[in-house]
Design a protein around this ligand. Structure first.
Ligand SMILES: C[S@@+](CC[C@H](N)C(=O)[O-])C[C@H]1O[C@@H](n2cnc3c(N)ncnc32)[C@H](O)[C@@H]1O
Length: 513
């Protein structure tokens, strides 16, 4: 940086202090002309434009300053404030979190607790802004009305809870809106915004609903010798194959077929040759997130096109989850899967006027973003296996006096079904996938959870129940355990850090129990 640049900038700063904004801008222009890498002049000019309510210019200048020096927190702050003016609240929040996380990482490393960092940004101001924007976002997105509406994503929520923001560290979480006295009462029942089968199950041995993941058929080769004789297990359930282009995807009902079509399959189906390549790759490499990401992108694209919303609004069901772009290290396989996704969406968005949407929606940053959303928030989904479903039906039909049920010629004591299933629990008979749940995946973790989740007997929906004997009062936060809470303290901390990027500070962890 030349002396001339610095003095021109300082003259600009002087004019700025005197509120002579045009003169300030003139001097910042000159400083930048002398040294186009002078990120401080860009940042200061961004503020001057902001004061003049020229938000587009303010946004561009702060963006340029970040490009030159990504460590310059003041530029991130200016960028965030300009984004806020355009109601791009998610992005605005993200920029504030860059400053917030950097501040706390550096104070943790240096063991200091000053209220400002090397860039001289007041961390209290940042925290206050984070609080403001979070509250705005929560009230927009999780109001009771919005939650209980049947949206494009058709998630139905039994509203005994509300989503609220806690603080910049814990983000949002879920709170009870009534006292709970009946422990059999579900607190939340929810369908996912998106779900997908693990690619391991794209195989002639399995047939599952492509929409709700329910088992339709499992080949007898997946069972042990004894169960192979039980013919009832191998009767294929009715299924509904897509009759448009792909003739490949199968569903358990007309309803699932229609939902899938409406949400994402209408865009994906005509490009199925490319999609099969992605399925094949994901199956060999045992990957599931790229498949979910493909569906998420199709859902956003449909919303964008059909409902004429802004990109920000169409993305918001997904971007309201926490994510961390700096943390997303993608493997070579994930990057190859990204190339397949690019090909698929190039084919979907091939019209000339689709170019802008393509560039805004389908890019590497989005892939990292969606990957991180899935990594930090999604749940494993495991619908009942065909064997479990069969047992369940027989038990519900059994009279009160009956003590046994029969599967083929196998007689099972109703009281020992658990042991029977345990004995016959072959990894190959349970179909697994992942799902992203708008409210359930907003529940924070505790190693002493007061609620637990249970899969629906038949599909990808999930229900939250109170943990028996826990007192549950109106206003209380509900917490689930993301991991096996019976593991020793150090293992729990390690798993939570590795998989969810946080240090658990619950009572059990504080006592190192
Ligand atoms: C499934 S989300 C839960 C909702 C999240 N708080 C939000 O604002 O979207 C998981 C993320 O929440 C945060 N989180 C959950 N439980 C936490 C806890 N006990 N302590 C600190 N952070 C937690 C972590 O950032 C984690 O990666």
């Amino acid at each position: 940086m030349t002396e001339t640049t610095t003095s021109l900038r300082e003259i600009g700063n002087k004019f700025f202090k005197e509120k002579r904004l045009n003169l300030a801008i003139e001097n910042y222009n000159k400083a930048i002309e002398f040294d186009p890498s002078d990120y401080q002049s860009y940042t200061n000019r961004s503020l001057a434009y902001f004061q003049k309510k020229e938000y587009e210019n303010s946004l561009e200048d702060s963006k340029e300053a970040i490009k030159i020096n990504p460590q310059w927190d003041k530029a991130h702050y200016r960028y965030s404030m300009a984004l806020k003016q355009f109601n791009r609240l998610d992005e605005s929040l993200r920029s504030l979190y860059i400053i917030y996380n950097r501040f706390y990482n550096s104070t943790n490393n240096n063991n200091t607790t000053t209220s400002s960092n090397s860039n001289n940004i007041d961390i209290n101001l940042i925290t206050k802004e984070i609080d403001n924007i979070q509250k705005l976002l929560i009230s927009n997105r999780y109001s009771k009305d919005i939650i209980s509406q049947s949206e494009t994503f058709s998630n139905s929520i039994n509203a005994n809870v509300k989503v609220d923001y806690i603080n910049a560290n814990l983000g949002k979480s879920v709170f009870l809106i009534k006292d709970i006295t009946n422990y059999n009462q579900p607190l939340i029942s929810e369908n996912p915004l998106v779900s997908n089968l693990s690619s391991l199950y794209f195989d002639e041995n399995y047939k599952s609903c492509f929409h709700c993941l329910k088992s339709i058929f499992v080949n007898e080769s997946c069972y042990g010798e004894k169960m192979k004789k039980q013919k009832e297990l191998f009767i294929e359930k009715p299924s509904f194959t897509c009759d448009k282009n792909c003739k490949f995807e199968v569903y358990c009902s007309e309803n699932c077929k229609n939902e899938a079509w409406k949400q994402y399959h209408n865009l994906l189906c005509p490009n199925y040759d490319l999609i099969l390549k992605l399925y094949g790759f994901c199956r060999i490499k045992n990957q599931i997130f790229p498949l979910v990401i493909m569906k998420m992108l199709a859902i956003v694209l449909n919303d964008l096109k059909n409902n004429k919303k802004s990109l920000e609004d169409s993305l918001s069901p997904f971007t309201s989850f926490q994510y961390d772009l700096s943390d997303s290290i993608l493997s070579d396989d994930q990057l190859i899967a990204y190339a397949f996704i690019i090909d698929i969406f190039k084919s979907i968005l091939k019209e000339k006027n689709d170019e802008i949407i393509f560039n805004q929606l389908i890019n590497k940053e989005r892939y990292y973003q969606f990957n991180s959303i899935l990594k930090l928030n999604s749940s494993d989904v495991q619908p009942l296996s065909i064997l479990e479903e069969l047992i369940d039906n027989k038990v519900s039909k059994a009279g009160i006096k009956e003590t046994n049920i029969k599967i083929g010629d196998e007689v099972i004591e109703i009281d020992s079904i658990g042991e029977f299933l345990e004995k016959n629990k072959l990894p190959t008979i349970s179909i697994k996938g992942v799902g992203l749940y708008r409210v359930i995946n907003s529940i924070n973790h505790s190693c002493e959870p007061n609620v637990f989740c249970s899969f629906s007997k038949n599909d990808h929906s999930m229900t939250i129940y109170p943990t028996p004997k826990m007192q549950l009062k109106k206003g209380q936060e509900i917490n689930i355990s993301y991991i096996n809470e019976d593991l020793p303290f150090s293992q729990r901390q390690k798993l939570l850090k590795e998989n969810y990027s946080f240090n658990c500070n619950c009572k059990k962890c504080k006592n190192k129990e």
